[in-house]
Design a protein around this ligand. Structure first.
Ligand code: FAD
Length: 439
């Protein structure tokens, strides 16, 4: 019987469990650990609350989660409640699927001012991640700046722009909805170091900006390359750029009906966050130009006023004691997912923060192949006690474990607590989750 520990219950964790089942059938036992009492990682705490169909992907993991040889062990932080060395001694293979939960730093003067947030914190706040539920961002000023030209920047801008009515059907948490309802933001500026052809924004997410109730997107036509150059783009990117062209063509008469603007400021590299009395007041930006695809500063600077700044520039994995870490890439040091024989990584913990939910599936399958190789060659040792040894340790340490059936109780309670126009009201506090799990 193979004994596999997977650390992290996001997409990469569940795809790895699915691959283990496909490989070994009944001859494998898989324990999936998570530091939260609730599963599914960024599907719950990252994917936008108004994108419910994407969040629904988690239902595909239930067949695996509910099978007899797979167990969810929630509310256990690996590296604190149990060490990697302990797990390596107990399981034939330990797979880190811990994602990339922390914000990359901007590395700019002023980034610690009040009112400046990273997207992990800001997105975690509106999605009810217990670690960020208390963020309480100040939306009483008029101007928000969102740094970054990827889909996370679009999510943040859209959430800041929506009216209460536009959140119908979403599972945005009540505390965020209440604060956003008081928002006085009239202008959202999305800063991108490079130009329209270099965006990492997908067509669907860009297109949504054209249909917001009170906000209108704006692109400066002067920032757009000659239309003929769009032919050089791959088809998805070309469609995204077509949206930017249509935003540039929106007539002023249409804008007059809207009381909020989402402005794309391209070729704009943040240099310094400015503040007064400890609070952010603006972002000093340097105009850039492209040089061989790279953004280089032109020396021309200007200030974009800001009462709120959200930096959506990427994430990093959090190191775990005893696991080699590649500081520059913000992920575990690995070769094709192998950290050492017996210790592996998948998903964002392996690759860094890029790719969609589906990108993690081949990762999970390829890591199981690697584990098979290592066990066959003797590089990794099999025949370990696995689950029974962990259960003994958990009892000795009095760990308060939350199982998948307990999560289903939490799920039911969240659905029962939902506002009228929402599928659920999430618990945002670990204690409340554990309380609901027991029912
Ligand atoms: C804001 C945002 C929006 C996104 N929107 C989309 C989208 O619309 N569509 C799409 O396809 N993709 C989207 N993505 C990308 C997608 O979420 C990722 O590809 C995917 O979640 C990565 O999976 P993962 O399993 O590697 O990590 P995660 O989903 O982050 O899962 C990691 C898990 O590990 C747990 N963990 C971490 N450390 C420990 C520890 N020490 N001990 C125990 N457990 C631990 C965490 O609690 C978490 O549950 C989005 C990402 C972000 C950030």
């Amino acid at each position: 019987m193979r004994q596999i520990a997977i650390i992290g219950s996001g997409p990469a964790g569940y795809y790895t469990a699915e691959a283990a089942q496909k490989q070994w059938g009944e001859d494998v036992v898989v324990d999936i650990f998570d530091r939260l009492p609730v599963p599914f990682g960024l599907i719950r705490t990252g994917v936008a609350p108004d994108h419910q169909s994407i969040k629904g992907v988690s239902r595909r993991y239930e067949a695996v989660a509910l099978s007899d040889n797979v167990r969810f062990i929630g509310n256990v932080t690996v590296g604190e409640d149990v060490s990697i060395a302990e797990l390596e001694a107990m399981y034939d293979a330990v797979v880190l699927a811990t994602g990339a939960p922390y914000d990359k730093k901007l590395g700019l003067e002023g980034e610690d001012l009040a009112g400046v947030h990273g997207s992990a914190a800001f997105v975690g706040w509106y999605n009810g991640h217990p670690q960020f539920a208390g963020l309480d961002p100040d939306v009483s000023g008029g101007h928000a700046v969102v740094i970054g030209n990827g889909n996370v920047a679009l999510d943040v801008a859209r959430i800041l722009a929506k009216t209460r009515g536009e959140f119908a059907g979403s599972d945005i948490v009540g505390h965020a909805l209440d604060i956003l309802q008081q928002s006085r933001i009239e202008q959202i500026t999305i800063l991108g170091r490079r130009g329209p052809h270099q965006i990492a924004m997908t067509t669907k997410e860009l297109g949504e900006l054209a249909h917001l109730e009170r906000a209108c997107p704006r692109v400066d036509p002067a920032d757009l390359p000659d239309e003929g150059e769009d032919a050089l783009l791959e088809p998805g990117q070309r469609k995204s750029v077509t949206h930017l062209r249509s935003f540039a063509a929106i007539p002023e008469s249409h804008r007059a009906d809207k009381d909020m603007e989402i402005e794309f400021d391209f070729f704009a590299s943040p240099r310094r966050i400015l503040g007064d009395g400890g609070k952010v007041t603006g972002v000093e930006v340097e105009r850039t130009k492209l040089d061989g695809g790279r953004a280089v500063g032109t020396g021309e600077t200007y200030v974009v006023p800001a009462s709120l700044v959200v930096a959506c520039i990427g994430y990093q994995t959090s190191p775990i004691p005893g696991v080699p870490f590649e500081e520059s890439a913000g992920r575990f040091a690995n070769v094709d997912g192998r950290i050492l024989p017996g210790l592996y990584c998948v998903g964002w913990a392996r690759r860094g923060p890029s790719g969609t939910i589906g990108t993690n599936r081949p990762d999970g399958f390829s890591i199981i192949e690697r584990i098979v190789e290592d066990l066959a060659s003797g590089a990794a040792k099999g025949g370990k006690p696995g689950r029974a040894a962990f259960d003994a340790l958990a009892e000795q340490r009095s760990l308060k474990i939350v199982r998948f059936r307990d999560w289903q109780n939490i799920d039911e309670a969240e659905k029962a607590n939902a506002r009228e126009d929402s599928p659920r009201e999430k618990f945002v506090d670990v204690g409340a989750m554990i309380e609901a799990a027991k029912r």
